[in-house]
Structure formats: C-alpha cells, structure tokens
Design a protein around this ligand. Structure first.
Ligand code: G4P
Length: 175
C-alpha cells in the first residue's frame, strides 16, 4: 500500500469523514502515530528532494509533527511560526491569519534570527483549508526576502492544485 492508501485506511478505521471535516485526532493531530507521520513526511519530502530547500516552515501547533518528519528526511532544520510572541523575541516578522475553522484571527511570529533572505522555504502543514495560514506564511517569507519553493500538506481541502498533498477532498469523498 502507498502512503495515501495507508492514510485513507486509518481515516476509515479510526477517524471519520463528515463532508469537509475530517476527524484524525486518534492518529494525526491529538494522539499522534509517529510511524504514520514519518511515512507521510518521507513521501512529501521525496517530492522536494531536488528543490534545494534550506528550511521547512510551519505554524504551531499541529503542523509541527509533519514539519519534523519532513525536515528529518531532508536533513534540514524546521521553523514553527509562533502564535504568541515570547518577550525574548525582540526582532521578528509577523503576519495575521484568520482561521475559518476556529473563527478567530491569530498572528504568526517568526524571529529574524532564524529566517534570512538566502533561505529557500518549504511550507508544510497538516491541513490546507482556506489557505489563510499559507497566506500569512507567504507574507512572512516576503518580509524576510526569502523564497517559497513549495507547499506540502497531508490533506488538501482546497481546490488549489499547486500544493503537494497525500490526500485531497476528492480522494476522501469520491463521486
Ligand atoms: P487555513 O489556514 O488553510 O485557512 O485553514 P483554517 O484556518 O480554516 O483551518 C486551519 C486549522 O483548522 C488548523 O489548525 C487545522 O489543523 C484545522 N483543520 C482544518 N480542517 C480540519 C479538518 O477537517 N479536521 C481537523 N481535525 N482539523 C482541521 P490551526 O488553527 O492552525 O491550529 P492548531 O490546531 O494547529 O493549533
């Protein structure tokens, strides 16, 4: 079985698909199966092996596990944008993101110490829904003068096809 088939089987067995809402909190984003995450991370990382990516960028919280897995496979560091700025973070890039799922606005912060204009960034996250996290990340990357090489998510719920993913909504709700 490939990684998409393995994930689909886990969702059917231990999760749920309720239209556009996918329940994955028994193996992906609350209780986490590290083997599954690494399998998915390896798959997505393989699609960027030639991209000369220098760093992975995600947003806390549930993007972090995938970011770690992809970063491990590509042997590069990952950064997670923080949703609260620690007082120790004096110089930073910041952008607001509105979550339609949670119906609230959050600001993402990345320290100027970890992102520079030479960086070639791969954005990763668990879900891509409306793309507001990606938009905020794009703004942060542009503030830094860095380059966004690509985006990779586990489940792409949008119609965008320029995003690498393991599954799309069409895979989950076949006609
Ligand atoms: P967007 O960034 O692409 O616009 O998406 P949106 O704001 O609508 O939703 C993103 C948040 O909702 C993410 O969490 C994501 O993990 C979660 N999410 C979106 N769709 C689903 C779904 O079908 N199932 C589950 N389980 N979660 C979903 P977050 O707000 O970034 O916060 P965190 O949970 O990572 O801290």
């Amino acid at each position: 079985m490939n990684s998409a088939e393995i994930l689909l089987e886990r969702i059917r067995r231990e999760g749920a698909i309720d239209g556009e809402v996918i329940k994955v909190d028994r193996f992906l984003n609350h209780m986490v199966d590290p083997h599954l995450i690494q399998l998915l991370g390896n798959d997505l990382a393989g699609r960027f092996a030639e991209g000369s990516v220098t760093k992975i960028l995600t947003a806390e919280t549930s993007g972090i596990m995938l970011a770690q897995a992809v970063a491990m496979k590509l042997q590069i560091p990952f950064i997670y944008a923080k949703k609260k700025r620690p007082i120790t973070m004096r110089e930073y890039f910041a952008a607001a993101s509105y979550s339609f799922t949670k119906q609230e606005s959050t600001t993402l912060y990345v320290s100027r110490e970890v992102l520079c204009k030479q960086d070639r960034i791969l954005f990763v996250d668990d879900f891509l829904a409306k793309g507001s996290t990606l938009k905020a990340v794009e703004e942060i990357i542009s503030q830094a003068g860095a380059t966004l090489v690509g985006s990779a998510v586990i489940i792409n719920k949008s119609q965008r096809r320029d995003i690498e993913s393991i599954l799309t909504l069409d895979d989950l709700n076949p006609a």
